[in-house]
Write a protein that binds this ligand. Structure first.
Ligand code: HEC
Length: 136
């Protein structure tokens, strides 16, 4: 009888310490992301992100159009020829893709230079123009 009480206390101690170490692990797991927060100025794997972006290559005409040109060309803002509305384009398509792309690049009256796609390459502008021409 004397010993059984003693053993019980030991058992309880083991269970408690096991429980405590489990709890400690759980806490360590929860605070782990804090330890991996990226501090400004550190190399935090941005090189990998940039590599992914650059391999994605040039954007397609539809993507450029939607992001940069649609604001004006969907509704014909400031007299802009409208997407999928041939009559608003008049004779513009006759200028050809190169001249039209040049208009976008340099700006034309109500259209700001680059059609507001400041990071667009010539190819991307040209694809966007082609996307518009395909719609009419
Ligand atoms: C802020 C409004 C605005 C944005 C943004 C805009 N445009 Fe325009 N765009 C215009 C207006 C206005 C005209 C008509 C200019 C004129 O002939 O007076 C025009 C004309 C054009 C023309 C005909 C040019 C010509 O020589 O007749 C093309 C092609 C064109 N836009 C393509 C684009 C593309 C591609 C983008 C996006 C990369 C874009 N635009 C973004 C307003 C805009």
């Amino acid at each position: 009888m004397k010993y059984s009480k003693f053993i019980l206390i030991i058992c309880a101690g083991v269970v408690l310490s096991l429980g405590a170490s489990e709890a400690k692990k759980a806490i360590e797991k929860r605070i782990a992301p804090v330890g991996s927060v990226c501090v400004q100025g550190q190399d935090c794997g941005t090189a990998v992100t940039e590599a992914v972006v650059s391999t994605s290559g040039s954007r397609g005409g539809e993507e450029v159009y939607t992001n940069a040109c649609a604001t004006c060309h969907n509704i014909g803002l400031a007299g802009a020829p409208k997407f999928a509305d041939a009559s608003s384009w008049g004779a513009r398509p006759d200028k050809g893709i190169e001249a039209l792309t040049a208009s976008v690049k340099n700006g034309l009256n109500g259209m700001p230079a680059m059609g507001m796609c400041m990071d667009c390459s010539d190819d991307e502008l040209s694809s966007a123009v082609q996307h518009m021409l395909d719609s009419i």
